[in-house]
Design a protein around this ligand. Sequence first.
Ligand SMILES: [Zn+2]
Length: 566
Amino acid sequence: MDLKLEQLAGLYEHNAWIVEQALTRGPFQSLAAFKRACTEVLDTAGRDAQLALIRAHPELVGKAAVLTHESTREQSAAGLQHCSPEEFATLQQLNRDYNARFGWPFIVAVRGPRGRGLTRQQIIDTFARRLQAHPDAEFAECIRQIHRIAELRLMEAVGESIAEGEQVWDWAEQLAAHSEAPDQLTVTYLSAAHQACARQLQAWMQDCGFDEVNIDAVGNVVGRYRGTSERWLLTGSHYDTVRNGGKYDGRLGILAPMAAVATLAREGRRLPVGIEVVGFAEEEGQRYPATFLASSALTGGFRPEWLQQQDADGVTMQQAMIDAGLPGTMEAIAALARQPADYLGFVELHIEQGPVLDAAKQPLGVVTSINGSHRYLGRLVGQASHAGTTPMDLRRDALLGLAELSLFVEAEATRLGCVGTVGICTVPSGSINVVPGRVDFSLDLRAPDDAMRDRLRDAVLAELVAIGARRGLSHELLPTVAANAAPSDPGWQARWEAAVERLGLPVHRLPSGAGHDAMKLHEILPQAMLFVRGGNNGISHNPLESISAHDAQLCVDAFRHLWEAL
Ligand SMILES: [Zn+2]
């Protein structure tokens, strides 16, 4: 594509050198490729140049700010010139505190992830939150915000349309209106809000032009768009949420392929394979102990005894199904099992739920494997004794044993290239003047393949024994989870990689640290996942979960490229 410096000189305030240098890397396959080049130029320019760029941006609320034409317009879009006196005072104070803490101006793309403008309250909340960040993290966030501002300016400069991405973003926003709790997003299996989500998804799928849309016996919303053959590609993700969750976890993997199908249907086009999009009813395990029950129904792995599980109010799953107008019988659920021969495979798009892509300024990442895990609940027991009278060499301090173990988990997981966490550490009846005699803890060990996962486990358990011997501690350990890794199918992973390359983006591969529906479908079909970055350092299972409409558009385009290549 033909990009001209004159047209783009103002993308980075008065720092035209970024665009100038980026343009020397052209020609570009896409705007995404050009944006990538800009991030690479700035990444390699060094911290001094980056700091100068941050300082070249006018203060959001500084009276003495010298505003470029663009900045003036963007800030008025957010209505910052219409603050109440309280808001104005708050912003002034935040600005003073921010400058004192970091020494550079606060940068936020005031037009926000959708491009329509953040509210004044959103800006104030963001300001207050980021004031608490570590300086290195905040510096990196300012750079990302500068790239976001440039992305929005570029969009206007070249008249870019991201209608599908905006549609996906708007759908996610509208779907989030259905919640069990006021002021937060909570949608658990078969609650009223959950059923409203299913009906909404069903209606949208019908509008998109799917040939068949139905809600199945476990509450999955299933849309089928026929191809020219009898074979299908299965995709989708979940629409339930954790309590106080984010708007994109799971849902994005339903909405993005819906938007891509809508375009196919509008153009009257048929692919060589049919596209089946499933909105899975349950993945998060919030209401009933059973998790992945929705994808389990498709693999034939739904266990009859799950129907008798009770929620916190004593309502059985079977009763909840009947109350929601579902049959509530194993017969109906067993009939949902898919025949692998009918499908080419399963692909899932999901928000990363981690900081890797955001930090790397990569919108998309191709998943190599869904990590396998071992989890334990454990206890170390030593001797509680007087903190004043027990000499250091005569102690049997259980907490110090766990401290040593935690550091070992960190070192060993880092060495192997996987992850391990001691997430719970409790000294029951601990006291300021007592040497801890007992500590309860948890262990969570995850790796992209089972051999590595087991190597980490073996090393950690051997170290636990060694620490006990050295420190005179005994231990108990209860295994709670042993989940196998689900490596991506090489063929489908390669198709995602090709789709990302067709978008003009470099392929960034990463394992999935979290579990996903694809893990279940892995039991019967070849599968591979695509991740999209989350903003705010990739935070997820949290209201701060965020994606931009631009990244949503890349998700839709990635589906299109994946399908076109079949
Ligand atoms: Zn999820």
